[in-house]
Design a protein around this ligand. Structure first.
Ligand code: C2O
Length: 578
């Protein structure tokens, strides 16, 4: 008896020891990795811009929302409480979410929305990403005001691959509507017409002093002469690609979408919504005040756009003070023309990975997606008021002629995991159903896409190439194409129709940039590659919210591989249900 007790104690001790050991080795990422806890309360908040106050949906009453700062390898635990009257979800744009697809956030894709009064806790770990990402609502157009920066520093003790900047400033570019953006999109959906454009662009939530009423709130970025600072630029605008310049200053690009790049110098940035760009700026000009200005890169011919200019001010601390009663205007940069595609292209084709990378070469899935707008004829019996698009149509958009429709009874990920039939099909076409001169004069018979919830299935570890081919249906334009759950290599881009027999020669298989959002040139193509090493359901879509509203999306379903490390985690207990 005694002996048994002794043994049992001993066994117990051993068991505890083993559990502690297991706990540390399996669930604790690394000795110095941290867990960051945050509460996000989504709520209606009065916000005053352009002399008018309206109720805007915010996180914790802040617009933009809180900046999250972590180190590579850290874990985030964000408890979201929905006190707004709309459904909401939060997406962590660009976070790989390896095995944690339940925390990715797109409404009806990886989760059902958090209903008014509901809560959901997002848990995920940053693995191998450094630089600037951001978070935003992924439900209707709520991201107009529900967004913020997610800054990922190198691991504790590690350093940047460039001299440590004196200061770091995140610059989030956004769009402001005098009307409630949810009303704007609801009206567009009702009428079938294009939605109204924004009333202002913003930098960190402020339009800047070229608009009425905002001179006192203009964002100031202070600098000391001679120092080099890091600007983390995010395009969080809803529907517009933007050029950004700083008067008289050169910018050295060092990162994009939380991957480092081979540094290059430019005087102008172009970011599509979803993209981030990290730049070093040296205060090497005479002490003064210089505008940081952003305005549209509008590539669609004849389409209306917000042609205003948002500004912040780069202010040398030793800048001479103006005499009393006088104001000295900051120096304004000369902006590119709104349709300056040459400048946009010169910028997007300057990106390289810092060194040689392992680009997948044996391709399992060679896909070709025709990407663009469409116009649906007025459905029989519909009233004129619901067909206010061009010539009595309704606006639409598609990939390979499928106009993506979200489910409503289950999220796609849930339906996949639980094998619920009837929520989606896996017959998304690998090629356009009809081949045509994509960027030519497209016959009107090809303008009407077919609605559907079609996914494309991938086995764990398969290699994928996608030729994204823009179309000139209705009008050609630049599309920022974003893939959830992955970073991809951009091998090449070009104008016109992709030609497999000549354009493959342009592929950069040595040091292509790694991104989560590609800028598909207006009337052109982009080729991306990735390895399907993250099980789950992952949305691929245009990051112009107006286009995703019209169906410019599809999703990949990536199956589990072998063993725990290649398998999607179990859904969290508090996952919202539909
Ligand atoms: Cu930043 Cu699906 O989005």
């Amino acid at each position: 008896m005694e002996g048994f007790i002794k043994n049992s104690k001993c066994f117990c001790f051993f068991f505890v020891f083993l559990s502690v050991l297991l706990l540390f080795s399996s669930t604790m990422p690394a000795a110095d990795a941290k867990v960051h806890y945050h509460d996000f309360v989504v709520q209606a908040t009065p916000v005053k811009r352009l002399c008018k106050t309206r109720s805007a949906i915010t996180v914790n009453g802040m617009y933009p929302g809180p900046t999250l700062e972590v180190n590579n390898g850290d874990t985030l635990v964000v408890n979201v409480v929905n006190r707004a009257r709309y459904n909401v979800t939060i997406h962590w744009h660009g976070v790989r979410q390896i095995r944690t697809g339940w925390a990715d956030g797109p409404e009806f894709v990886t989760q059902c929305p958090i209903r008014p009064g509901g809560t959901y806790t997002y848990r995920f770990t940053i693995q191998g990403q450094e630089g600037t990402l951001w978070w935003h609502a992924h439900s209707s157009w709520l991201r107009a005001t529900v967004y913020g920066a997610l800054i990922i520093h190198p691991k504790e003790g590690a350093s940047y691959p460039f001299p440590k900047p004196k200061r770091e400033t995140a610059l989030l570019l956004g769009e402001w509507w005098n009307a409630d953006p949810i009303d704007v999109v609801r009206q567009a959906t009702r009428t079938g017409a294009a939605p109204n454009v924004s009333d202002a662009y913003t930098i960190n939530g402020q339009p800047g002093d070229l608009y009425n009423c905002s001179s006192k709130e203009t964002i100031i970025v202070p600098v000391d002469s001679g120092e080099t600072n890091l600007l983390r630029v995010v395009n969080a605008a809803l529907n517009q690609q933007l050029f950004l310049k700083v008067a008289n200053h050169k910018l050295m690009v060092v990162g994009a979408d939380a991957s480092y790049v081979k540094p290059f110098i430019t005087s102008v940035l172009m970011l599509g919504p979803g993209q981030t760009t990290d730049v070093l700026i040296t205060a090497d000009q005479p002490p003064a005040r210089y505008y940081i200005a952003a305005q549209a890169y509008a590539s669609a011919q004849g389409a209306p756009f917000d042609n205003t200019t948002t500004t912040a001010i780069l202010e040398y601390k030793s800048a001479p003070c103006p005499a009393k009663g006088l104001t000295i205007k900051p120096v304004m940069p000369t902006m590119p023309a709104f349709n300056d595609t040459a400048t946009a292209t010169a910028f997007t084709t300057s990106f390289r990975s810092p060194r040689q990378v392992k680009v997948p070469t044996d391709i399992d899935h060679n896909l070709f997606f025709a990407v663009g707008l469409g116009l649906n004829n007025c459905p029989p019996g519909a009233s004129n008021s619901s067909c206010q698009g061009p010539n009595g149509t309704r606006f639409a958009a598609s990939m390979n002629n499928v106009s993506f429709v979200l489910p409503s009874s289950f999220s796609l990920l849930q339906a996949h995991q639980l094998r619920v039939p009837g929520v989606f099909t896996t017959d998304f076409p690998a090629n356009p159903p009809v081949q045509f001169d994509y960027t030519g004069n497209v016959s009107q018979s090809l303008w009407q896409p077919v609605p559907g919830t079609k996914l494309y299935k991938l086995k764990y570890g398969e290699t994928v190439q996608v030729v994204l081919q823009g179309t000139s249906i209705f009008t050609a334009e630049n599309h920022p194409i974003h893939l959830h759950g992955y970073d991809f290599y951009i091998l090449a881009e070009g104008f016109g129709n992709f030609n497999p027999s000549t354009d493959t020669a342009k592929f950069n298989l040595v040091d292509p940039p790694l991104r989560n959002t590609a800028s598909l040139p207006v009337g052109g193509w982009t080729v991306i590659r990735f390895v399907a090493d993250n099980p789950g359901v992952w949305l691929l879509h245009c990051h112009l919210d107006v286009h995703i509203t019209w169906g410019l999306a599809m999703a990949f379903v990536v199956e589990n591989g072998i063993g725990e490390l290649q398998t999607l985690e179990e859904p969290p207990a508090d996952l919202p249900l539909c």
